[in-house]
Design a protein around this ligand. Sequence first.
Ligand SMILES: Nc1nc2c(ncn2[C@@H]2O[C@H](COP(=O)(O)OP(=O)(O)O)[C@@H](O)[C@H]2O)c(=O)[nH]1
Ligand SMILES: [Mg+2]
Length: 445
Amino acid sequence: MLEQIADKLQKVMRYLRGEAKITERNMAEALRQIKLALLEADVNYLVVKDFIERIRIKALDQKVMESFTPAQQTIKIVRDELQAILGGKVKSLAFSTSPPSIFMLVGLQGSGKTTTCGKLAFYLRKIGKRPILASFDLKRPAAQEQLRMIASELNLPFYEIKTDKMKQPEKALEELLLFAKQGYFDPLILDTAGRLHIDEDLMNELKMLKSILRPDEIIFIGDAMTGQDAVRSAQAFDEKIGLTSVILTKMDGDARGGAALSIVTVTGKPIIFMGVGEKYDQLEVFHPDRLASRILGMGDVLSLIEKAEREADLKEAEELARRLQKEEFTLEDFRKQLIQLRKMGSLSQLLSLLPSIGPFKNISRLHLDDRQLIHFEAIINSMTLEERQNPKIIDGRRRIRIARGSGRPVHEVNQLLRQFNEMKKMMKTPLFKKLIGSAKISYFG
Ligand SMILES: Nc1nc2c(ncn2[C@@H]2O[C@H](COP(=O)(O)OP(=O)(O)O)[C@@H](O)[C@H]2O)c(=O)[nH]1
Ligand SMILES: [Mg+2]
């Protein structure tokens, strides 16, 4: 996610760090590079222009230039401005004081509306709400089927609007509202029709839905992978029906970042969530501050801690924290840790949240993918207890035996031992301890 833009901007930040003084000259060079990076990332031209100008003014302020750490301060300015164009603060959904709240999802076909309806309901139920799903499509009443299947997969309530009822939309929607109200559901999440292109027909249908339902949120679902096209269609939807917020999907495939970095400024609507994969739990609250830090390689430790808090097996986390403090981390712990990491979701996704500096510099070299984790587990399972406690004794002969036992090649055994040592180093850092520790505190505190 956003690797391309992150790569380029981090290069500029390294350039700035290398300069002893910030002068108009090296500042101009840095700004030129930032501008190029943003334009290559397909960020809206006007957004780029404003962004660069604001940084120029702030960074060339006397106080910054004469300070002891001009580069650091400039980087902070870039970070803050990046956060600003991503929307500044986290925005929450607007729930109604007289339930059910109504959230209507709109967008072009294929943008991820139906999937996101499911993800959103799944997320809201997790935080204690009682969502209900429904779908309205005059042209293709059968479109409901997809949402019904998602609902049944996730065990979420779904209200079916019978095809013949679609002919009297007002009546059908009133019945739907009554059902939601009487069942104390909140919110009602409504999936709507999509087209490949914006057309009058669709807009009229959505306008009708809006005037009957008076939704609390009209959320534009934009496919981040389509870059400025997503921004343009958001604009068009906003002009025709009026939007309250945006969810960007397929951020997992969006290396450039053009949509995320433009859509808030261009439409004036906040991004509230982002989709980061096809699975139903791959919807994340959109944190402009954390994302800005992540793009600049400052890491997103808070997200990581939250993830650890949510998913980790906390008893084991505590035990691990204890062992880390005593520095007796063994391969057996590593094996448990691997199992835990697998529970926490895709490891590469997790590792990408760590800052790419200091002890974590080589993290991308670790190349741990989820299948490899399973292989590693198999290898460790083939070791004796003694070998797990004291990996130093694992010589060439033992490596061959372990490889045979686990059905993995010897070089993979070597790789595992190497990565174990790297991991051991990494785990001794205060940051990692804090991470493990926070999981402990939230559970035992
Ligand atoms: N990788 C990825 N795929 C997504 C995401 N959200 C949706 N999709 C996929 O996008 C495709 C279209 O989604 P769908 O919900 O049917 O779009 P709709 O036509 O707007 O209702 C499906 O294959 C989804 O699995 C996401 O955040 N990441
Ligand atoms: Mg759909």
